[in-house]
Write a protein that binds this ligand. Structure first.
Ligand SMILES: CC(C)(COP(=O)(O)OP(=O)(O)OC[C@H]1O[C@@H](n2cnc3c(N)ncnc32)[C@H](O)[C@@H]1OP(=O)(O)O)[C@@H](O)C(=O)NCCC(=O)NCCS
Length: 177
């Protein structure tokens, strides 16, 4: 049974195994990882994990242009298989292009239903935070992500040209039981 795990330094090696599956310089959607960030050393990984924790703490201001967000690692069969994040509110960029939720699953664990499961779980967290609808977006060519959103009730509002390219923008109603 998959689970969502709060980022923690005890899982350094498992997280690195996941990172290596993606590849070192590959963007891991939903992970919060920066491109040239040192995560190979425990010290560097601790900085990364601490930043994830601070991002979720609304008593700590975030940098200009960012919003508070909660990050989880997706775990299954004893491995970290991906990441997913929930932005607590939308700013102009997120409303236009990025949406409330970002996610990614490591290549070796794809097509097992994990992204669909994790998105469903995080929609529950969004509802618990008081959101009555969530915006989830993906690139117009990203069939797997579009299917993941549609499986979770996403209703397409539009496909628009954004800073991220042609972007499919879906709303998911969180008021239904
Ligand atoms: C998009 C992504 C998260 C999907 O993860 P996943 O765990 O493989 O997704 P699921 O197994 O839950 O599959 C969801 C749906 O997509 C379909 N799907 C998965 N991979 C697919 C592919 N390569 N081509 C076509 N459809 C695909 C599945 O069949 C399923 O559709 P169904 O409900 O009609 O059967 C994963 O491919 C990924 O991490 N990609 C790179 C990062 C990314 O694009 N993140 C999203 C940014 S918006």
């Amino acid at each position: 049974m998959p689970e969502l795990i709060t980022p923690n330094t005890a899982l350094h090696q498992a997280w690195l195994d996941c990172r290596d599956d993606w590849g070192r310089d590959v963007i891991q959607h939903g992970s919060g990882l920066r491109q040239d960030e040192d995560v190979d050393t425990l010290a560097g990984f601790t900085v990364f994990v601490d930043r994830m924790k601070r991002m979720s703490d609304e008593s700590i201001p975030v940098a200009e242009g960012l919003v508070h967000a909660t990050y989880w690692w997706i775990a299954d069969r004893g491995e970290i298989v991906g990441s997913i994040s929930l932005r607590h509110r939308l700013n102009d960029f997120l409303l236009h292009a990025g949406g409330h939720i970002g996610y990614g699953v490591r290549p070796s664990a794809r097509k097992r239903g994990l992204a669909s499961w994790a998105l469903g779980e995080v929609l529950g967290h969004a509802r618990a935070r008081g959101l009555d609808r969530a915006l989830v977006t993906c690139d117009d060519t990203n069939i797997a992500s579009a299917r993941t959103i549609e499986r979770n009730g996403g209703v397409l509002e539009d496909i628009r040209h954004t800073e991220l390219g042609y972007t499919r923008r879906y709303w998911i109603d969180l008021t239904a039981a």
